[in-house]
Design a protein around this ligand. Sequence first.
Ligand SMILES: NC(=O)c1ccc[n+]([C@@H]2O[C@H](COP(=O)([O-])OP(=O)(O)OC[C@H]3O[C@@H](n4cnc5c(N)ncnc54)[C@H](O)[C@@H]3O)[C@@H](O)[C@H]2O)c1
Ligand SMILES: [Zn+2]
Length: 360
Amino acid sequence: MGTPVIAGLGELFKTHRLSKKTVVLFDEHTRRLFGDELLRKLNDEGFHWTELVIPAREASKSFSVAYRLYGKMIEADVDRSWNLLAMGGGVVGDLGGFIAASYFRGIPVIQLPTTLLAMTDSSIGGKVAINHPLGKNLIGFFHSPELVLIDTSYLTTLPRREIYAGMAEVVKYGFIADEPFFSFLDLHFADIIELKEPYITEAVKKSAFIKDEVVKKDFRETAGLRATLNFGHTFAHGLEKLAEYRHLRHGEAVTIGMFCALLLSHNLGYLDRESLDRGLSLLRKFRFPKGLLKRRFLDIDSGLLLESMFSDKKKLDKKLRFVLLKKLGEAFLLEENIEDRHVLKAISDGQALFSSKSSR
Ligand SMILES: NC(=O)c1ccc[n+]([C@@H]2O[C@H](COP(=O)([O-])OP(=O)(O)OC[C@H]3O[C@@H](n4cnc5c(N)ncnc54)[C@H](O)[C@@H]3O)[C@@H](O)[C@H]2O)c1
Ligand SMILES: [Zn+2]
């Protein structure tokens, strides 16, 4: 396939004063699908490169994998004059960013995201991390990418389940920041899932733009604004933990989490009925692998989920932090503590309403 984003790579690196000495990081899938083409391109453009390949799984975001890769880089004589190009989903992007931030006290990172989630969320904003056995994304840096190269044509090989997972974050931006975008996503949901143009490009562009705007205003998440990107995530992290970070994609948990967060916003009197219904109706368009929703949400005891939410790293003094909606397109971080019963009700209302029709 002809990919426009890597067509002028040499020129692009020159414009951004990046050296042509590049460590290229893939996972085994992106290596197989896109590696030969990219490396050929780097040869054509006179790059000096070395490649690293990791297993395609969340567990690759670990200290032991990072340690192994540092060793390979040292053996390949990689020094501070090099940079690192991460080609893949959020796992490759986060691990690649982590290695770039730490190797030789930091080398530039270039993100080349190939999943919908990475294009619209993880590659943007400079949060890079690995996991610790005691929790996800606990060890990391703020290390902004020098470049993020987004090309939606890479999505054609992405499994449908991953498209839905990425779409959760896309829809999130409509909810928290942009009502017209929300309406666009509602209207063209199927077109976007089918990767139809111009809808998919518009959805990716707008999402990347919103994320970038939010991050620019609150880079270190101190003003409460960047935290709104966690809409639905307090519930989601609890669900992911219960699913041992293996049986539920992050985006699937976020879809369910946003369902509960909408209900919580309404139950606490912040969001009106009509907006709630519009929000829930959009979220009902998401599809899950057969039986997954039942096993990972509908059958789960609400008390157990609440307990699991409390163990999330974003808790502050045992207080859960919730992002709620005032209206479609406007979110805020709730400062005050809310009683457990409200959270439990949002979960059980969600279970009653998120119909099993959503299974396929
Ligand atoms: N840094 C951040 O701000 C941030 C934000 C959100 C999520 N994340 C992290 O992102 C990770 C999840 O990222 P993800 O959802 O992209 O998962 P992922 O990187 O695991 O990719 C999902 C699967 O798709 C495959 N794949 C990638 N591109 C493909 C393509 N074009 N065609 C076919 N298959 C392809 C991958 O090999 C993998 O098997 C998590 O670790 C999460 O913590 C980070
Ligand atoms: Zn997320």
